[in-house]
Design a binder for this molecule. Structure first.
Ligand code: AMP
Length: 197
């Protein structure tokens, strides 16, 4: 069974989770957030959860093999027409494994939707969110570290998506409703074109 893949990416605070969920709903795809999966595993306080806490609280990425051993079976198991994935791939190594995984299954990568916002705006939004959600990795130090990792390891993937003809850049500053409309217009056309291939 073919499963279409749409990636949603952007710095922490760019609104990618909100937009990913809205997009998944519109396309009738399943929304997957690796951050959310890891938060749930961590809260269960089993051996895997405790191991995850070590990376998590410092704002470090968890090892690639670990995230893939959790994520890939989920993607295989759900019987859905597609996924909107938030939080993966996070670095070049993960992108390479993911492309092999997609090729193996013959699942198409439709788009990598990138929400563009400034670093200052990211910080301001995360501060606001931290006051509401009390996430342990959202203190100033961990946030700065997570943003550094993002700019060093994840942002370079944009060049790859662009070379693959998959990059869709969207301005992340307007209202959530407006951003959603802008994304859906383009992604919807592409998924329909793909279905007609
Ligand atoms: P997020 O909510 O996407 O910002 O993810 C929160 C935390 O989960 C990150 O700071 C990482 O520790 C971990 N994480 C999420 N996705 C990945 C991934 N693809 N690879 C490695 N670590 C990840």
């Amino acid at each position: 069974m073919i499963k279409n893949i749409v990636l949603i990416l952007g710095a922490q605070g760019s609104g990618k989770t909100t937009q990913g969920k809205l997009l998944a709903e519109s396309l009738h795809y399943k929304f997957i957030s690796t951050g959310e999966i890891l938060r749930e595993a961590r809260e269960s306080k089993n051996p895997l959860g405790l191991k995850l806490s070590e990376y998590w609280e410092k704002g470090d990425l968890v090892p690639d093999e670990l995230i893939e051993s959790i994520l890939f079976p989920i993607l295989e198991d759900f019987d859905v027409p597609g996924f909107v994935i938030d939080g993966y791939p996070r670095n070049l190594n993960q992108l390479e494994s993911f492309i092999s995984f997609l090729d193996l299954n013959a699942w198409p990568l439709i788009d990598a939707v990138y929400l563009e916002i400034s670093r200052e705006e990211c910080f301001a939004r995360i501060r606001k969110r931290a006051q509401i959600e009390m996430r342990p990795d959202e203190n100033d130090e961990a946030v700065a570290h997570r943003l550094d990792i993002y700019y060093h390891e994840t942002q370079p993937l944009l060049t790859k998506y662009s070379e693959m003809g998959k990059l869709l850049k969207i301005d992340g500053h307007p209202s959530p409703d407006e951003i959603h409309k802008n994304i859906v217009e383009i992604v919807n056309t592409k998924t329909k074109l793909h279905a007609d291939d």
